[in-house]
Design a protein around this ligand. Structure first.
Ligand code: ZN
Length: 386
């Protein structure tokens, strides 16, 4: 059934095609590149699915346009297709940017007069086709992206999931919720509240799945709502670790250390994230980065640092007696922090030192001071005062 184009686009349903450029907002906000143009052209023949990766490794799926009148996620999916076009993927990402192009073309919520998100349990429907495909391709996580109108349900940025039978859905939803300020809506068992919803039928089939919503009036889109949906999609992919690691230089790390040191000293706390090379890093990633850089510099092998996903500490806790930490000790502590991150994929709440337990936030400040010194003098300090 699959027809493959140069950009690796498959048509997954044949009776859903439409000319989505008839939709003003799609015309207005589509990134104008070859791959997005090919995707939109393919939509005339049915539902296009763009495949990134070689159909191997960890496989995840992003769906938008279950409701044709919810435009921000469909435009965000096009933006994501554009964003991933030149990237190397750790695994395979399947993106369906508009499930029902004929509905998107006329900004309609319905397919054959039915709500497509309540009939995923019926054979032959577009949402059921996605379920079948997700099973065939052994999808390990599925994100279904919607928008919700003011006063609607939920009427705000949100992530929906059910804890049973596939608990991993809840973990994905928590991660996206925490990192995007989307309200977490977690149900007990899938299929009770919303039988026939794509997310529910996937969860029931053992495929971890979430529904993400951004606030936007139906039949409209704006750059801000498209960006918020895009961010939810990136978080979904980051959780699954399918995005390639980013590479940073020592001098980029030192620059961010100077920024964070200054911020900490004037605000007595840390920013939520820091932008390095137009990419946002969480404070968990920042601690990991600083520890890696300090260890690299001390080994005399100052090269580039690869950064994957690292969650922040659960809480920043612990107390210690202010004083000096000597170089041999702060290097040992950095090694222990990195070992912890390796196992738990998050930063520790504190690190035990000769001064006591130094909390997560102070650890970031401590290593930012060390790198700030390195930036000035070109060597690591003999000790740091904390
Ligand atoms: Zn919807």
């Amino acid at each position: 059934m699959a027809q493959v184009s140069a950009a690796n686009i498959e048509i997954i349903c044949n009776d859903t095609g439409g000319n989505i450029t008839k939709n003003y907002y799609i015309r207005q906000y589509t990134p104008q590149h070859t791959i997005t143009r090919e995707t939109i052209a393919a939509a005339r023949n049915g539902t296009p699915m763009v495949v990134f990766g070689k159909d191997t490794g960890k496989r995840v799926m992003i769906i938008a346009g279950v409701h044709g009148n919810e435009l921000p996620p469909q435009l965000a999916a096009l933006k994501l297709i554009d964003y991933l076009a030149d990237k190397k993927i750790n695994g395979t990402i399947y993106i369906v940017p508009f499930l029902i192009p004929s509905s998107t073309a006329r900004s309609s919520r319905y397919w054959n007069d039915q709500n497509p998100n309540s009939i995923a349990n019926y054979k032959g429907t577009p949402t059921n086709r996605v379920l079948e495909l997700a099973k065939e391709r052994s999808i390990k996580a599925l994100g279904d992206f919607h928008s919700t109108q003011p006063g609607g349900t939920p009427g705000e940025d949100a992530v929906f999931c059910s804890k049973a039978p596939t608990y991993e859905s809840y973990r994905i939803a928590c991660y996206i919720s925490k990192n995007s300020h989307s309200r977490l809506v977690a149900y007990g068992k899938a299929g009770l509240e919303y039988p026939g919803a794509l997310e529910d039928v996937c969860n029931l089939a053992g495929i971890p799945s979430v529904t993400c919503e951004v606030l936007s009036p139906h039949g409209m889109a704006a750059p801000a709502s498209i960006d918020r949906s895009f961010k939810q999609m990136l978080l979904f992919l980051k959780y699954s670790n399918v995005l390639p690691d980013t590479i940073l230089t020592i001098s980029q790390a030192v620059k961010s250390a100077n920024l964070i040191k200054g911020y900490y000293e004037s605000h007595k706390g840390l920013p939520e994230d820091v932008t390095i090379n137009s990419y946002d890093y969480s404070m968990g990633q920042v601690l990991c980065l600083f520890c890696k850089v300090v260890v690299k510099i001390s080994s005399g092998y100052a090269s580039r640092i690869s950064m994957g996903n690292v969650n922040s500490a659960i809480v920043s806790s612990g107390s210690y007696n202010p004083g000096k930490i000597y170089k041999s000790e702060y290097l040992r502590v950095a090694g222990r922090i990195l070992a912890f991150i390796e196992i738990y994929n998050r930063a520790p709440n504190y690190a035990s030192t000769s001064l006591g337990r130094i909390p997560f936030q102070r650890l970031i400040y401590m290593y930012s001071k060390i790198l700030n010194f390195y930036g000035f003098y070109g060597r690591l300090p003999g000790y740091v005062t904390i």
